[in-house]
Design a protein around this ligand. Structure first.
Ligand code: CP
Ligand code: NVA
Length: 299
């Protein structure tokens, strides 16, 4: 049987994603330590970039399900010495039950998946961060119910998170209003595929008008550290602050995948304020990915 992969939100059907979110909520609210569907199973985790949430949530999730996780860094595996991805994928997938990768280039994950005999999970690439969207959607469903027909405002960089929000707009059927500098817009092909659901605005207030959820992310992602100063200048008018939240609905939520830079993409007042749900959002990485691991491995 061909393995199912989770490289993009588009790899699962809309119905599968909805089921997975409900399963994540169930796993969170009815935690049963005796339920160990992944007993004896092993997840390999390859990290080319730093991580707190992704690493801990996958490792803890595997442990809670009776399995185990291996942390692999290119620095101390042959991956960092140029062993072909194809060979690495064949070898690693012959020994483990699932592989999660966090890489710079998206193609590293897609190439890996082509040569893997076990499910491959995208733990963030320069293009997409689908696991974060599972947690974000779970958080919205828990606190506000179905997101279909709602309006989400994305403020800031048209980056990997923004791309995954666009894919989520398709799969969960919400409207996505984007405010970002013209030179930092998300990839046109990803925008085009979402059709009428995505619209662009000049200011955060315009994008956040009557929004049910306001989301942002760092101005300089991992790997863009040398652009930090330039980006601080380019993005200075694309901050989520009290004015932005005032434009949104009174019961709008604020989300951020974290880590955050208070005073840059979001003010401390908003991220530490009553509308912010960043900590349940971060915790839900654990529950959503347990549902994902169960879905991919226990087939
Ligand atoms: N949000 C997120 O992916 O966090 P980490 O970089 O800490 O894994
Ligand atoms: N856009 C950020 C997300 C971090 C979780 C990055 O790629 O660094």
């Amino acid at each position: 049987m061909q393995p199912r992969h989770f490289i993009s939100l588009l790899d699962l059907s809309s119905a599968e994603l909805h089921t997975l979110i409900q399963r994540a909520i169930q796993l969170k609210t009815h935690r049963d330590p005796n339920y160990q569907p992944l007993k004896g199973k092993v997840l390999a985790m390859i990290f080319e970039k730093s991580s707190t949430r992704t690493r801990i949530s996958f490792e803890a999730g595997m442990a809670q399900f009776g399995g185990s996780a291996l942390f692999l860094s290119p620095r101390d595996t042959q991956l960092g010495r140029g062993e072909p991805l194809e060979d690495s994928a064949k070898v690693i997938s012959s020994m483990v039950d699932c592989i999660m990768l966090r890489t710079n280039n998206h193609e590293t994950v897609t190439t890996f998946a082509q040569h893997s005999r076990v499910p491959v999970i995208n733990g963030l690439t320069d293009l997409l961060h689908p696991c974060q969207l599972l947690a974000d959607m779970q958080t919205y469903f828990e606190l506000r119910g179905d997101i279909a027909g709602k309006t989400v405002a994305w403020i800031g960089d048209g980056n990997n998170m923004c791309h995954s929000y666009i894919n989520a707009a398709r799969q969960f059927d919400f409207k996505l209003n984007i405010a970002c500098p013209v030179d930092y817009r998300p990839q046109q092909s990803i925008v085009d595929a979402a059709g009428h659901r995505v619209a662009f605005f000049n200011t955060p207030e315009q994008a956040a008008q009557q929004a049910d959820l306001v989301v942002t992310d760092v101005w300089a992602s991992m790997g863009q550290e040398e652009e930090q100063k330039k980006r601080e200048f380019v993005f200075k008018d694309f901050q989520v602050n009290a004015k932005t939240m005032a434009a949104a609905k009174a019961d709008a939520l604020f989300m951020h995948c974290l880590p955050a830079h208070r005073g840059e993409e979001v003010t401390a007042e908003v991220i530490d304020g009553p509308q912010s749900v960043i900590f349940p959002e971060a915790e839900n990485r654990l529950h959503a990915q347990k549902a994902l691991l169960e879905f991919l491995i226990c087939r």
